[in-house]
Design a protein. Structure first.
Length: 232
């Protein structure tokens, strides 16, 4: 049965004080979108500030990225994404937080994003994120007040990877450390290798190379879900 999946994107365009731009990392949205749609699921987009979110990592020699940008439904959504507080979480079986360094500024401790994640998860759905996308999990609490990541195994962009790209002193915090502070059991793999960690209905990936694997793990979970959502 077809499910409905929400891909969340950053709206932050400035890479700290470097003078460089950032945004959502295009392959980390395009590749999962391709996996989800190939499996027959419907995909919607949302961004922190709405409108047309900034993007990074664009490579139009990548067929998946081209298909994503050329898809009429996706193009229309990218031109005018809704904000998280305008989205009805009960319509979705999963939320996928795409990465990109911009997420480090506007995903953490974001009440509207946190509400979407909490409601989808507590409704029996999947919460997934890749690379810097797990920044959205920072500050997410469940109805009992506990952190969503507390006691759960997670993957995220590692300290070693942040150092390798020269941005340790640029990002506002180190993602793996912050997740660990909130009770997560961070499980790293070798630098820049594909690595996916699934802990129940929480699926996370370490870096861009993990994007497709995270999406495939989400698809594998879809038949097991018992979500109840409103009629579309």
């Amino acid at each position: 049965m077809s499910k409905r999946i929400l891909i969340a994107l950053t709206s932050h365009a400035d890479l700290g004080e470097t003078g460089r731009t950032t945004g959502f990392y295009l392959p980390e949205a395009a590749h999962p979108w391709e996996v989800f749609t190939a499996a027959g699921h419907e995909v919607d987009l949302v961004s922190v500030a709405g409108g047309n979110p900034p993007r990074d990592g664009e490579d139009l020699t990548d067929p998946a990225q081209r298909r994503f940008l050329d898809d009429p439904r996706i193009a229309a959504q990218l031109a005018d994404t809704p904000t998280p507080d305008a989205v009805d979480a009960s319509r979705y079986d999963a939320i996928f937080f795409a990465g990109g360094h911009g997420t480090m500024w506007d995903f953490p401790d974001n009440p509207a994003l946190a509400t979407l994640a909490q409601q989808i998860y507590e409704n029996g759905g999947v919460v997934a994120a890749v690379c810097h996308g797990p920044a959205a999990l920072v500050g997410v609490t469940l109805s009992d007040g506990s952190y969503l990541v507390d006691g759960k195994r997670v993957a995220a962009f590692t300290n070693a990877e942040e150092e390798a790209v020269g941005l340790t002193g640029v990002v506002p915090f180190l993602l793996a450390d912050r997740l660990t502070e909130q009770g997560a059991r961070h499980v790293p793999a070798d630098t820049f290798t594909a690595h996916v960690v699934r802990d129940g209905r929480l699926v996370t990936g370490q870096n861009p190379a993990s994007s497709r694997g995270v999406a495939e793990a989400v698809v594998e979970l879809m038949p097991t879900l018992h979500t109840e959502h409103v009629s579309l």
